[in-house]
Design a protein around this ligand. Structure first.
Ligand code: NAD
Length: 542
C-alpha cells in the first residue's frame, strides 16, 4: 500500500566543477578522454532494452580531428523503427501505471549517476564527439542534464498536487494521464542535455518514447541511454534508434499511435514533421502534441549609455563559445556609432587573444564546428560577405578543414541592416554588426524587432535603466529569453526557463511545468455521494 504524499525540495542547480590542473576532476577526465579516444566502441540500437545490430553502419568521428573514429553505429531500417514503436507501446502499460514517485526516483538516480560515477564519461564523450571544451561540456552534458532531471521531478510533483476541490457530497479528482500512444523524440547535436530532456520530460509524466538521436552526437547520447538503463529505466520506456532522420521520421509518423513529437532542431525539419502530421491527421488515434524548439537569430542591442567593455566581452562569449552553435548564440548586434570605436577595439583585442584548436588543449577557447556540412555552410556565408560591397570582415574570415572543421570566429560589419547575415540563421561562429546613428535609436529598435523571423534570445546593454526597460517592452516578441546587461546564452534550468516564439518554436519552456503539461492528458473524475433520484427540479414539483 502506498499512501504517502512526497514533497521534493526545490532542487539546487548542479555546481560547475573548475577542472583546475591537477585536480581530481581533471585527472579523471583526462584519463577518460584517453580511454574513449583510444578505444572506439560499437553503438547498437536499443529497443525494448535489447541491443540490436543491423547490416547498415556508419561512423562517429571527432569534429576537431576527423580522421579519428570514435564509434561505429548501427542504423535502423523501417523494421527496427516499427519494433521500437511496438516496444514503446508495450512498455506504456506498465510505465503509465507506476507511481509517479517511482518514475521520479529513476530520474533522480540518473542525475546522481551523472553527477558522480559517470561525470567524466559524459564530459569526455561530449568533448570528443561534439567538440566542446571542458567548460562547455561541463555546463551541458553534466550540469544542465542533471538540472533537467531534478527539476522535472520537482515540477511534476507540483503538477500532481494541482487537484480540484472536493465537497462533502462529492469527490473530485484530476488524473494526470500520460498521452495515449508513444512520443517521438528527435534531438539535435548541440546539447547533450537537450537529448536527455526531450526523452525524460515525457517519460517523467508516464510516457514512453522512440528516440531519434542526431548522428553527430551519438557517442554522448549512447552513454546517456546506458545511464538511464543503469538508473532502473524499464525496457522499452525509451527506445534508442539511430539512423537516417528521413527514414525514421517517415516511419514513426505513419503510426496511428503517434501521441506527440518532442523536437529540437532546425525549422526545416520541424516544419516538415508538422506538415506530415497534418497530412496524416485523420489517421491518428489522438491529435499528436507537437512541441518543437527551433532556430534563432539572436541579437545584442547596445544603447548609447552602455559600457563598451561589457558589451564586447559578452558579445564575444555569446557569439563564439561552442563555435556559435548554441541555439541562443548571438549572431547580430546593433551598436551606436558613438560607442563603436571602443567596442571594436575590445572585440579585436579579445579576438587576437582567444585561441582555436583541439579540445585536448584546455587553453583553446574555440574548437571545431560539428561537421563538414556546417563548415561549408559557414564558409559560404563568409564568402558571400567578402564579395559584398555592403559588408566588411573585421575579424577572422578563414577556415581550414584539413584536420578538423575549424572556422575562425568571424565578425562582419554591414551597412545594410537587412544584410543576409543579419537575417538568416547560420549556426556557426559568425557575428554581424550594424552600426546605427545615435539619433536613430527608435528606428533601430524597430529594425531589430522586424529583421528576422525568429524570436529566441536577445539582450540589451544599457546603463540607463529606464531606456533598458523601454527597449525590453518594445522587443516583447523579439525574444522568448531576454537579457539586460548579460549575454543571451547560458540559460539555467529553474532560473531562466528556455524557449522562443515566432519561428523559434512552440515556446513550451524546457525544464519546467509548461513543458511537462504538454505530456499529459488530464482526466477529471467526479464521484457523488448523493445520486439524483428524481428527474424533476424542485420548482417543478407542485
Ligand atoms: P537538424 O534539424 O539538422 O536535426 C535535428 C534532428 O532531426 C536530428 O536528430 C536529425 O537527424 C533529425 N532529422 C533530420 N531529418 C529528419 C526527418 N525527416 N524526420 C525526423 N527527424 C529528422 O538540427 P541540428 O543541426 O541537429 O541542430 C541545430 C538546429 O537546432 C539549429 O537550427 C538550432 O537553432 C536548433 N536548436 C534550437 C534550440 C532551441 O531551444 N530553440 C536548441 C538547440 C538547437
Amino acid at each position: 500500500m502506498n499512501n504517502a504524499i512526497y514533497n521534493f525540495l526545490i532542487p539546487a542547480n548542479e555546481p560547475i566543477l573548475g577542472y583546475k590542473k591537477g585536480s581530481k576532476g581533471r585527472v579523471l577526465l583526462e584519463a577518460e578522454l584517453n580511454r574513449q579516444r583510444l578505444n572506439p566502441i560499437e553503438i547498437p540500437l536499443i529497443i525494448g532494452g535489447k541491443e540490436i545490430r543491423t547490416n547498415q553502419t556508419g561512423q562517429v568521428r571527432m569534429p576537431h580531428n576527423h580522421s579519428q573514429v570514435l564509434a561505429t553505429y548501427y542504423k535502423a531500417t523501417e523494421k527496427e523503427v516499427n519494433l521500437a514503436i511496438d516496444a514503446a507501446l508495450k512498455a506504456h502499460c506498465i510505465w503509465a501505471d507506476l507511481s509517479w514517485t517511482v518514475r521520479a526516483a529513476i530520474l533522480l538516480k540518473a542525475a546522481e549517476l551523472i553527477s558522480g560515477k559517470y561525470r567524466a564519461v559524459m564530459n569526455a564523450a561530449t568533448m570528443l564527439g561534439q567538440s566542446k571544451n571542458i567548460y562547455q561540456s561541463e555546463i551541458d552534458a553534466v550540469c544542465e542534464t542533471i538540472d533537467f532531471l531534478k527539476f522535472n521531478a520537482y515540477f511534476a510533483s507540483r503538477i500532481y498536487e494541482m487537484q480540484p476541490s472536493s465537497a462533502f457530497n462529492q469527490l473530485n479528482k484530476m488524473e494526470f494521464r500520460p498521452l495515449e500512444g508513444f512520443v517521438f523524440t528527435v534531438s539535435p547535436f548541440n546539447f547533450t542535455s537537450i537529448a536527455s530532456n526531450l526523452n525524460m520530460a515525457p517519460v517523467m509524466m508516464g510516457n514512453t518514447t522512440v528516440w531519434k538521436p542526431a548522428t553527430t552526437s551519438l557517442l554522448s547520447n549512447y552513454y546517456l541511454m546506458k545511464i538511464f538503463q543503469e538508473a532502473g529505466l524499464p525496457d522499452g520506456v525509451i527506445n534508442f534508434v539511430p539512423g537516417s532522420g528521413a527514414l525514421i521520421g517517415k516511419t514513426a509518423l505513419q503510426s496511428p499511435d503517434l501521441a506527440g513529437i518532442h523536437f529540437t532542431g532546425s525549422n526545416e525539419i520541424f516544419n516538415f514533421l508538422w506538415s506530415e502530421v497534418s497530412k496524416h491527421l485523420p489517421h491518428y488515434k489522438s491529435y499528436p502534441r507537437l512541441v518543437g524548439e527551433t532556430g534563432g537569430k539572436n541579437f545584442v542591442f547596445v544603447h548609447p549609455s552602455a559600457t563598451a567593455k561589457e558589451v564586447a566581452v559578452n558579445a564575444y562569449r555569446g557569439a563564439f563559445e561552442f563555435q556559435g552553435q548554441k541555439c541562443s548564440a548571438v549572431s547580430r548586434m546593433y551598436v551606436p556609432v558613438s560607442l563603436w570605436a571602443e567596442i571594436k577595439n575590445e572585440l579585436l583585442r579579445i579576438g587576437e587573444d582567444a585561441r582555436m584548436g583541439d579540445i585536448n588543449d584546455p587553453m583553446n577557447f574555440i574548437n571545431a564546428v560539428i561537421d563538414e556540412a556546417s563548415f561549408d555552410n559557414c564558409l559560404n556565408y563568409i564568402n558571400f560577405a567578402e564579395k559584398s560591397e555592403e559588408a566588411e570582415i573585421i575579424l577572422g574570415g578563414n577556415g581550414n578543414k584539413s584536420k578538423g572543421f575549424f572556422v575562425e570566429p568571424t565578425i562582419i560589419v554591414t551597412s545594410n541592416p537587412k544584410f543576409k547575415t543579419m537575417v538568416e540563421e547560420i549556426f556557426g561562429p559568425i557575428l554581424t554588426i550594424f552600426i546605427y546613428d545615435d539619433n536613430k535609436l527608435e528606428e533601430t529598435i524597430g529594425l531589430c524587432n522586424t529583421t528576422s523571423p525568429y524570436g529566441l534570445t536577445g539582450a540589451v546593454f544599457s546603463r540607463d535603466r529606464v531606456a533598458a526597460s523601454n527597449i525590453c517592452e518594445q522587443l516583447r516578441y523579439a525574444a522568448g529569453n531576454f537579457y539586460i546587461n548579460d549575454k543571451p546564452t547560458g540559460a539555467i534550468v529553474g532560473l531562466q526557463p528556455f524557449g522562443g516564439s515566432r519561428a523559434s518554436g512552440t515556446n513550451d519552456k524546457a525544464g519546467g511545468e509548461f513543458n511537462l503539461i504538454r505530456w499529459i492528458s488530464p482526466r477529471t473524475i467526479k464521484e457523488t455521494f448523493q445520486p439524483a433520484s428524481e428527474y424533476r427540479y424542485d420548482y417543478m414539483i407542485e
